[in-house]
Design a protein around this ligand. Sequence first.
Ligand SMILES: Nc1nc2c(ncn2[C@@H]2O[C@H](COP(=O)(O)OP(=O)(O)OP(=O)(O)O)[C@@H](O)[C@H]2O)c(=O)[nH]1
Ligand SMILES: [Mg+2]
Ligand SMILES: [Zn+2]
Length: 283
Amino acid sequence: MQGQVYKAHSNTYFVKSDNKLHKCGARGVLKIKGDGISVGDYVKVERGVISEVLPRNNHFIRPNVSNIDVIVAVISAEPKPDFLLVDKLMISAQKEDVEFIIAVNKTDIDDTLVNKVREEYAGLPVKILEVSATTKSGLDQLKELLKGKLSVLAGQSAVGKTSIVNAIFNLNQKVGDLSEKIARGKHTTTRSEIFEFDEYKIVDSPGFAVIEADVDIDQISECYPDYFEHLSECKFRGCHHVSEPDCMVKKLVEQGKLSKSRYQRYLQIYNEIAKRREVYEKN
Ligand SMILES: Nc1nc2c(ncn2[C@@H]2O[C@H](COP(=O)(O)OP(=O)(O)OP(=O)(O)O)[C@@H](O)[C@H]2O)c(=O)[nH]1
Ligand SMILES: [Mg+2]
Ligand SMILES: [Zn+2]
């Protein structure tokens, strides 16, 4: 039998095949490898045991999902928006060549954040939507963009990812209490899982404060389309736009033609990746 992994609970996997969910185990070697089996994987099952993971179109570390068509980064005014996280999600999407959407949620309590988001991500290949899980405003438009695709909702804890899935599918899953979450750092959703409804397949994922973009230092600037288009105007061919002289990206940031805050976050991500490589090379 072949099918797709819809959810994974420690060593048990639920594989959808012939419109049914089958509870399966997995061969030892597949479990040991960290990225052995993930939600979204197409797998071969023999006698109730996953024996093989078929080649993936793409793979993400956090949330741990594969074969994704579109990433929806959810943000809200409360909890405070984390643009660093949005940037990292966008880097992953660029690297894996996956469509990227930013859903600004909770517009029923704040309608100003969307302007900031539009400014910050101007000219980039991203669709920015205003939604509210509470009033359901904007959800039809979001739904339209997700039709026929496997999408994943990602973003900080308590931005309303599960609330959006509930509102779209008229479900009644547990959502968290915002104040409790911020106080205790508790996540309400603990595992990624595919929800399927007609032509929609959506992965609701647990919120992460930090997410690792699986990119190397030489690849990161290529994951910034707004910087990549100016690379030929930089003095150095492989310019990282950090400490190189005559860098067009830095010039445009200084002139206010590229967002200063996005560039500062770029440096932060760049340094994080550089540090990780140093540690890796030492060991
Ligand atoms: N006012 C308002 N509150 C919302 C909206 N969407 C979600 N909330 C509230 O935000 C809180 C967190 O919602 P969740 O859906 O649990 O958030 P989550 O992103 O799934 O959080 P994790 O599962 O921890 O990652 C709950 O109290 C929701 O009622 C919205 O559109 N407007
Ligand atoms: Mg949730
Ligand atoms: Zn440069």
